[in-house]
Design a protein around this ligand. Sequence first.
Ligand code: ARG
Length: 591
Amino acid sequence: SDPNGMVNILLKLEELFGQAIEQAFPDVKGFQVVVVPTTPNFGDYQFNGAMSLSKLLRTLGKSLNPREVAGVIKESVPSNSVIDTLELAGPGYINIRLKASFVQEQLGLLLTRGVRPPCGVEKKRVIVDFSSPNIAKEMHVGHLRSTIIGDSICRLLEFLGHDVVRMNHVGDWGTQFGMLLAHLEDRFPNFAEETPPIGDLQSFYKESKIRFDSDADFKKRAYACVVKLQSHDPVYIKGWQAICDVSRREFQKIYDRLDIKIKERGESFYQDLMKKTVALLEEAGVLKEDDGRKVMFAPGIAVPLTIVKSDGGYTYDTSDMAAIRQRIHDEKADWVIYVVDLGQAGHFETIFACAEVAGWLDRKKTRVEHVGFGVVLGEDKKKFKSRSSETVRLVDLLDEGLRRAKEKLIEKERDKILTPEELESAQNAVAYGCVKYSDLAHNRNGDYVFSFDKMLEDKGNTAVYLLYAYTRIRSIARTANITDEQIKKAVADGIPLGHEKEMKLAKLLLRFPETIVRLTVDLFLHPLCEYLYEVSTVFTEFYDVCYCVEKDRTTGQIVHINMDRMALCEATANVMAQCFSLLGLKTVQKM
Ligand code: ARG
């Protein structure tokens, strides 16, 4: 962790209270509870551990009521440069107020060093398995959610300094290849010599599916094709590659538009490992025969994994067992994250439990988790689909976003003040930004109603509102011609933060480190969106009452610039920019 990183104030206070408790009650270990109170009347932070500590002490034979406990702790907090006052309140709370000098100093560092990752983060090797569409099938809105959420998690963990591997576990080895290859044989008999011009893979998939479902002979041939593929017949490997390439190009278009970086390592990567995986499980004696299949049960879970099918083939379960072992053993991951819809919660619960049974996973050493999310619904609250067809093609969806974003900007007459290039950047930022933001701003566990009308609203916690707010802050400094040197000088002279609203904003900005560290506890991203929104509203409160730039009423000329406040504007914009970056949103200078 970077020693020059930003101070995580919450962590700092927890350390101080931890020391206080250790000093006052040496037999109590690892106990500290500091929170941000619901109202500023209760301080900037609050210690609220006295109630449970009092109970705990009683079990150790010490009888002190919570207020007495809080009183002792308050007196035991070591001297420090962070806390101004501690105030005993209610049944046993301690309200904590920060020293103005500490806030000023930290704000200064924020401005001179930039928005840095917080200190105190232990570096981990993390594999994030996300996006992971299936080859030849449409990448659907569920995969879009996984892509957006997974990318933001990667951005967060990368910013915190972790070693992150972004992994695309594409479905490129399933039985669907049987029918695709059989259809390929008929349509492009020459496919082994020349790259087959498949064109639209979607209709190719549909055609082969229709034949598979209606033609018994075709079905037989499809099964034969899977066998040939899985035994690495070079001709069929060629065909398989050709099909994968078409898919890959389609996926890449989406990733490019959304600015997503990800490395492909699909199910096919685990072909050989699957054999080994099965052998290891067999040796360990954890497989059970079931009607010709080999299955594996985890304690307390009713549905087993199917490790080997009755025809000897492997399954999705087999590949995930091979993958988890490979990730822990060979990749040496400390943390494996699967960003997949909640429909697969049971699958991952079983995979993790079986990996423990097999002795491959020790949860004390390796953190594994399924980051689930709800289904995408249309505005009618039914399964999301387009008017004309069953599923929505992602390219069409993004195109509609672009069209609607442009409409919105023209409605606000932005085309009159922006150059065509600026308008286009704004259009892109709004379109892709609103699709990402409205997904990330909702609790991911809920179902999610996809509505361009809602996400393009310019009021409330939306991308459009926030991107506007951001450009407005940046434009304050631009119109006043403020230079970096002037900001640096203001910092060097000391920023007084004399106005209550200035202090409130500064303290909120300094909560950035603890806010993002908190996200790693459960990998919910909506609190970051709430924080970003709070920053923009608290900024507005400040800007409404604190003049930054004073202009002559008649001439409109600038008569006075308050450089301390300009510095605060700059700090706000920098923190917001970093939040946008973690969420995968692009900002623009003008909008
Ligand atoms: N391809 C799968 C699907 O579309 C998702 C794969 C997720 N990752 C994993 N390791 N199982 O449902």
